[in-house]
Design a protein around this ligand. Sequence first.
Ligand SMILES: NC(=O)c1ccc[n+]([C@@H]2O[C@H](COP(=O)([O-])OP(=O)(O)OC[C@H]3O[C@@H](n4cnc5c(N)ncnc54)[C@H](OP(=O)(O)O)[C@@H]3O)[C@@H](O)[C@H]2O)c1
Length: 295
Amino acid sequence: MVLHRNLGPFDATAIGLGEMPLTIENNLGEAMGIETIHAALDAGCCHIDTAWAYYCSGGEEQTGEKLVRQAMESWDGPKDEVSVATKVGHFRNFGPDGTTPTWGVNGQPEHLIEAGKQSALALGVDTIDLLYFHRPDPSVPYNESIEAIKQLVDAGVARTAGISNTSIEQIDIARGILGDGLVAVQNQFSPIYRSTQDTLDYCEKVGLAFVCWSPLGGFRKAKDETKFDPFRAVATSRGVSYQQVVLAWELSLGRRVFVIPGAHRPATILDSLKAGDLDLTTEELDALGRGLSVE
Ligand SMILES: NC(=O)c1ccc[n+]([C@@H]2O[C@H](COP(=O)([O-])OP(=O)(O)OC[C@H]3O[C@@H](n4cnc5c(N)ncnc54)[C@H](OP(=O)(O)O)[C@@H]3O)[C@@H](O)[C@H]2O)c1
């Protein structure tokens, strides 16, 4: 049984599938993308995370949302039990071949409203389960972007709202505008990126889900592998992957914590989903805490 937690009104798996690697650079093609999503769903995962901006050079915008729709349409399991989250407010800039694409932001209210409607269309739904404002746009007052997300919730384009890449101050602005409509905060958090711990703790306190993005440190950038050594030590003694230990540790940090590991292929998400069954002991958690405190 995959671990379940309340994601606002949804009974979702605490371990969701991060769709991004399936549709940005280095993806293994559409068939593998659908196979990976189906493998996750068949294993009981009922939480998928995508975004308007998950597309790659030469491809159409919203490739990720369309892939999720295709996968859902061709899956014969209980679709109504699956929560799909998406995000608006980012787009991608592609330079000449060989250069790394950059992420642009557009938090203008009219753009967010249009993008939210496009997301619903691409996902093939009347109402998006959870719609995040992807990232604050420094050129637009935060409250104006959040008001646009509220309009989408009020109009029934989204059932619930989330915010991403956000500070405690911004969480409070969003809570003031969205009220109970705000159910989740999605911030980067992993053993190599813990500066958002304050927002994780704040979400626990005020009753919001905290969703860790790139919970394994991300798939694109070189990372400081030594940060994972304490997790490898526990993994060896348990006979599981160190990624399972990382995800189980993150889930242990609060009752409202979710993780959305990315995957390019079925094997990795199937392994990650097992992290919900891994109850780390107090001794193991203490050892991980001590290991992480060594800089
Ligand atoms: N809100 C935001 O601004 C934001 C930003 C970035 C990402 N995100 C979300 O966060 C999700 C996850 O982030 P991410 O994909 O960047 O990185 P990640 O989840 O930290 O890492 C994904 C990588 O870990 C590998 N992996 C996953 N589970 C594994 C396992 N059990 N054993 C071995 N390897 C495993 C995958 O391998 P394979 O490639 O071999 O499958 C993949 O390369 C994204 O998909 C996206 O939905 C959100």
